[in-house]
Design a protein around this ligand. Structure first.
Ligand code: URA
Length: 238
């Protein structure tokens, strides 16, 4: 249970400042569990309360966890410096303060990006010690063979000393240039560099799974939905 002052809960939603909240309350625009509230220092349980401002329900969850199907051309960051970011393309009613992508996809990679405002969670799933597994579909310019597949499955060291730990690979419908690959770490341009090391170039890349959770196939590119609490747990499971 997280009990907090009403003005703090509402301002955390990112839509109103605390002084706006005070003014709205004076005008009778704020309700807590169906009752108008004038005194915003009153406390409420963020997990079990219904707050509205001017008739619209406020999202009171402490943190949010969003599954986004990232399109090409969008950057995995909260500040784009000229580029459109994964946070920019979220629907307005999902936007709140401090959202960021937990893990990055390249600008030209599509698929599952987890957007959250929970820094501890992001740290847990991305720290080198606990890094969750991630699965991608990679299309290659030219096929690899069984022996190159074996090299990537055993782990590989590049000339510059970078080591990629063993990955799991599967040819999709027997097509050796269309590969499902699962990695257990998250190095810079990892999949592209792994295939480059065995002589192929990745021509398209899509992330389809994080931890044990698949990208929802009903989610079109550019669309997002909240993860369920069961999915949030499954993301972290080994
Ligand atoms: N590996 C890559 O090369 N690019 C990505 O976006 C993700 C993994």
């Amino acid at each position: 249970m997280a009990v907090e002052r009403l003005d703090k809960i509402i301002s955390k939603s990112g839509k109103f400042t605390r002084s706006e909240v005070k003014r709205l309350a004076r005008n009778g625009e704020i309700t807590l569990n169906g009752e108008a509230v004038k005194d915003v220092s009153v406390k409420a349980d963020t997990e079990n309360c219904i707050i509205t401002v001017s008739g619209e329900r406020i999202d009171t969850a402490e943190h949010v966890y969003i599954m986004l199907n990232k399109p090409q051309g969008v950057v995995s960051a909260s500040e784009g410096r000229g580029d459109v970011t994964v946070v920019d393309i979220l629907p307005d009613d999902m936007k709140r303060k401090n959202l960021f992508p937990a893990g990055r996809l390249d600008k030209d990679t599509t698929g599952f990006v987890l957007v959250t405002d929970d820094g501890d969670f992001a740290h847990r799933i991305l720290s080198p010690k606990n890094h969750i597994k991630k699965t991608y579909i990679a299309a290659l310019d030219k096929p690899i063979d069984e022996s190159k597949k074996g090299v990537l499955e055993s782990g590989i060291e590049l000339k510059d000393g970078t080591v990629f730990r063993p990955a799991e690979l599967e040819f999709i419908d027997g097509d050796m240039s269309n590969i499902k690959i699962t990695i257990f770490e998250g190095k810079y341009h990892q999949i592209k560099r792994m295939f480059k090391a065995v002589g192929s170039t990745v021509v398209s890349l899509k992330r389809i799974k994080m931890g044990n959770v698949y990208l929802d196939d009903k989610l079109k590119e550019g669309c997002a939905r909240y993860l369920t609490s069961a999915e949030i747990e499954e993301i972290e499971k080994r």
